[in-house]
Design a protein around this ligand. Structure first.
Ligand code: AHG
Ligand code: MN
Ligand code: MN
Length: 368
């Protein structure tokens, strides 16, 4: 391994750059600005209720903000707004970004004058799982780095929506910060996945998890089962087979988890395997899924695939989806490769008109 077990994020990035001598320093500086935003958000999150109205020392706007409805039609929490502002503020001055886009902003964020514009597009979910804030459960920030089109770099023009509509496979880097019992930054610059833990004494992200790999197989799944009546047949089948456990077709027992912060679920899966599903369902036919392609599914998909797992819509690799709008939603299944492939296989099978649940089958409990 080319870096020591306890390098800082900065040292890790410098080491990576040595491997690609043609790379400029802008990319590293951008990641460090993102990390700075995440450190500031970690502090705001850590203040909890105490942060409301008393100032939290990092210059963040106060919690009076929020309560508005965002572009998703969801109520913004004060910390959604604060986190979004910290991301834009920390990344607008360095000259590395050509523009930004976020869950909390309708359109692209333009780098304001007099700051120079750079060659990367930064896309983020500033606070993922924000419904968990009020109950003191882990939340995080998710980010994706894309290259700006050459004409935007050359001219320094405003970023357009079209500039951001790149498939996940075009990502230069992706990562997330997780604000849990410890604050972690998990990152891929396209050569595997590494994890850093924030040392609260030093204020530095220290490399604690080099070479993260998702175990190929698993006995753990995550899905919001309250939507089960809206699921499509392949998903119903997969979950029913997991629930049937040892005596069912899988011949093994499964465990289930649901945190309602996708970033925390992604982290668990990167650490010990598992499969996560937020599939397309019939609850609201106008929505092809719950999660957002550009700043949730793509960065997490990139990390999972870089760690040897698989990320899919159920029908195609999520990183192959060509986006058509900034806030597009998508069906998402990711995690241990063998399980995700099984779910894809169920989707590919000829349409089952009505899936026969084992609970209601001929020899079941509910037979009349
Ligand atoms: P956000 O807080 O950014 O809006 O994202 C929440 C997402 C995701 O993190 C989580 O997996 C999912 O919404 C939770 O959905 P349910 O409310 O259906 O549990
Ligand atoms: Mn989110
Ligand atoms: Mn969010």
């Amino acid at each position: 391994m080319p870096f020591s077990h306890r390098s800082t994020l900065t040292q890790y990035l410098i080491e990576q750059r040595r491997r690609f001598p043609s790379a400029g320093g802008d990319f590293n500086a951008l990641i460090l600005d993102v990390a700075l935003a995440c450190k500031a958000i970690a502090r705001s999150v850590a203040f909890g209720e105490l942060g409301h109205g008393i100032g939290n020392g990092n210059g963040a706007p106060q919690a009076a903000a929020g309560g508005e409805i965002n572009v998703q039609g969801e109520i913004q929490k004060p910390l959604d707004v604060i986190s979004n502002r910290l991301f834009t503020r920390m990344n607008e001055t360095g000259g590395y970004c050509a523009g930004m886009a976020s869950e909390e902003m309708q359109g692209p964020y333009q780098i304001p004058a007099p700051h120079p514009r750079g060659k990367y597009l930064l896309v983020f979910d500033p606070l993922d799982g924000s419904s968990n804030i009020d109950v003191n459960v882990s939340v995080g920030s998710i980010f994706s780095v894309l290259r700006a089109p050459q004409d935007a770099i050359d001219s320094g023009r405003d970023a357009t929506v079209d500039d951001f509509l790149q498939p996940g496979s075009a990502q230069v880097a992706a990562g997330y910060a997780l604000y849990g019992p410890t604050t972690m930054l998990v990152l891929s610059v396209g050569s595997g996945v590494v994890g850093f833990t924030l040392d609260p004494n030093l204020g530095e992200f220290m490399l604690t998890h080099p070479g993260i790999r998702v175990p190929q197989d698993t006995q753990e799944f995550a899905i919001n089962a309250s939507n089960s009546r809206f699921w499509e047949a392949p998903v119903k089948r997969y979950v029913d087979e997991c629930l049937a456990g040892k005596t069912g077709p899988r011949a093994k027992d499964f465990n289930m988890r649901w945190i309602a912060s996708m970033v925390a679920e992604a982290h668990r899966i990167l650490m010990r395997g598992g499969v996560f599903m937020y599939p397309r369902d019939t609850k609201d036919l106008a929505k092809p899924g719950r999660l957002r392609l550009l700043y949730e599914a793509n960065p997490v998909g990139f990390l999972i695939e870089q760690a040897g797992g698989r990320a899919s819509t159920g029908r195609e690799p999520v990183l192959d989806v060509k986006p058509t709008s900034l806030h597009q939603r998508v069906s998402l299944v990711f995690g241990s490769k063998i399980e995700v492939e099984r779910i894809e296989k169920y989707h590919a099978e000829p349409k089952q008109v009505e899936y026969a649940s084992p609970l209601f089958a001929a020899r079941s409990l509910f037979r009349d």
